[in-house]
Design a binder for this molecule. Sequence first.
Ligand code: ZN
Length: 312
Amino acid sequence: MSDMRMSDMSDMRGMGANGFTPLATLAPLTPSARAPRAPHDPHAPSRPAAPSRPAAPSTNAPRIIGAYGGYRKTLPFGYVCLVYHATTLFCRRNYDYRNDALGKTVGQMVGAARSARQNIVEGSSRAGTSKETELRLYDVAKGSLEELAGDYEAFLIDSGVSPWPDDDPCRLSLVSLVLDSYEGGYSRHDFGEYILAMRRRFAPFLESEDPIVAANAILVVIDRACGLLHRQMQSIGESFKEEGGFTERLSRARLAARDAKDAAQGAPTCPDCGGPMHKMIARKGRNAGKPFWSCCDYPHCQGTRPWRGDRG
Ligand SMILES: [Zn+2]
C-alpha cells in the first residue's frame, strides 16, 4: 500500500462518467452467483461518495478535466488487489533458495502483480485528461495479469498437475464468491479495512496452504479481473466515441466562453437565418483587422452585420 499514488487520487464524483463501472452495477462472474443486477449505465448518476476534495464552483461552463481517480470503487481494482496480496504470500511460501536461488521468479511474479495494480491507479488518475493514456495503462495492467497467469500455469505444470477444469467443485465454490462494493470515501483506513475483509473472504482459496489450490484459485481470480478490465476498457471506448476526450472538451469550453462573451456584448441576430452571431475580425479585404458580426452557422450561412463600436 505504501507506494500507492494517493496523491493522484481525486474525488469520486461522476465515477460512471469516466468509464469506470461502479462496483454495485457489475454482475458477478457466474449467473448463478447472485441475483442479476442492474445493467451498467455509464450515464447513471454516481452514488454520493464522501468528497475528497472541495467541490468545484458550480457553473454552466462545460467541464474541461473529466472525472478521474475513482479506481478504488471499481471491481477490477478490488480483484487485482486480492491477486497482488495473494501473490506475495504465495511466493513467500513456495519459493526459496532451492527452487528460485536468485529470486528471479519471485521478482517477476510480484512485479507483474504490482504492475497490474499500479497501472490501474495511474490510468485512473490520467482519465481526466487523456482517455487514450487511461486505456493504454489499463491494457498494460491486463498484460501484466496475463503474464502472471502464465507463471501460475507453469507452477502447476511443474508440480505435475494441470489447472482446474471448469467443473472442478473447488473452482465452482470459488466462482460463487464475489467482492462487496467499496462504499467508503477517500479514507485510506476505510479502504484498507475493506480490502482486509475481502482478503478474509477469499482466503480459504487464495491463501490456501495447499499451493495447488492457491495457484488454481489465483488463476480464477486473474481471469475474472482480466474479463472485468476488458469490459471497463470497452465502456471507456464507448464513452470516448460519444463525448470525445480532453481536446474536444477544451474546444467546447472555448466555444461556450465565446458565446457567453458575445451575448454580454449584445450580439445581434443573423439577418439571413435569424440565428446567433459572434464577433469576428476580418482577415483580408479593405476591412482587414476590423471587427464585424458573423453568423455562428458560418460557412453554412454567410450572414454578416457591421460592427458599431463597443456596443456592436
Ligand atoms: Zn445566419
